[in-house]
Design a protein around this ligand. Sequence first.
Ligand code: GLU
Length: 472
Amino acid sequence: MVRVRFAPSPTGRLHLGSARTALFNWLFARGQGGSFILRIEDTDVERSSREMEESILEDLRWLGLDWDEGPDVGGPHAPYRQSERGEVYREHARLLVEKGMAYPCFCTPEQLEEKRERALAEGRSPRYDGACRDLEPLEVRKREGRGERPALRFRVPEKEVVFQDLLHGLVRFPPGSFGDFIIMRSDGRAGFHFSVVVDDAVMGITHVIRGEDHLTNTARHVLLFEALGYPAPMYLHHSLLLGPDGGKMSKRHGATSVREYREMGYLPQALVNYLALLSWSPPEGREVLDLSELVELFDIGDLSRSPAVFDRERLDWLNGKHLRRMPLDELVRVAGVYAPRWSGHPLFAVMLESVLDNITNLGELPSYLEAYGEPARPGERAAEWLRGEVAGRVLEKAEEILREEGVRDLEHAHHLVARLRHAFDERDLKPKEILMPLRVALTGRDRGPALPYLLYVLGRDECLRRLQGVRS
Ligand code: GLU
């Protein structure tokens, strides 16, 4: 049974790049009928927070990426927060010490830093020099007796590391690619590599799908699996998400977190659709896909190895497509948050429909719906439409029609506009010359929702009031 995990460190909001990793894992799990596990990697206590953990969970839920096991729902391998799994790591560390594959290291951070700087200055790679590799047991006991607290280091075997990556094929690291690394810190907490491997092992993870930036970590992990006597999972390292300038997607490229896109009014289905398409081509003509369609069509083996370059225009395009593809009642539900001023209006759905073709995200709603608010003072260009004999006639006629017929519904509003145009048939005017004065009179603006919508939403009395406001 396929078991994959998403393992965020709760040190910030969910990054688009991490959301993409989560999505690939989720799609793979759902496509295979497997389990998707959420594990919180909060061993860096200074930088991790519960607030960020909550925020990540909430954004994953919003994206529709649900999990089968995790810190909130529990599961057979609980707890799912690394900060609560100290005993599991200590147990496995003891095992490695017993086998002679890990050893205590008394080097202080200052000593290590000094060696690091010296190595860098001499042009050597700053790997651990093995100072404590062969300490006599007696020496170890003496120093521990004096109250020194050692870290534990993994004794990296002198050999080539080879593993199979589902996207990159065989990946090789020559002997000596890295030095002995810390598996337990001197304060008793597990090191990054160790906690990841122990958890992947005991949680029965079958496939580790993560970014290419983890490739060298994987080499260390493969050795740890071997040392601990667990079979290593299959690995797939996907390409990284880059900004338009080719650098790793970061703040200087604008918004990077899922939350920011959510607040701007992007839809979750557009975001996951976009993230999937960044490295994968769907069958011809089927670009606009929701999660269930993605599950059906997506194949992790088809992922491209090329870097994924963020392209806001394509995201906008997809968001527009999803907005217009959504059932209207669902749109009404999600759009309310972005336009609280209007969401209680009995004709909110009609108002949404009237601007839907113009917006790329829901955050733009308030400015588009402004047309239904109190008319603005017309600017220079708009005011021009209210001047002259034709404008006067048009507004007079509009008033007459409205008084006579009222506005019954949207279809009727279409009819009212057609009737207004007909009234000027013999004068050979452009449609704009008839419709613009009415639009500007009603809204103070020379652009906005189609006229029938304005007439219908504002209603007979309000339209008449506005027309009088202009004529008086
Ligand atoms: N916690 C790691 C991160 O946020 C992920 C480790 C992994 O996927 O193995 O980058």
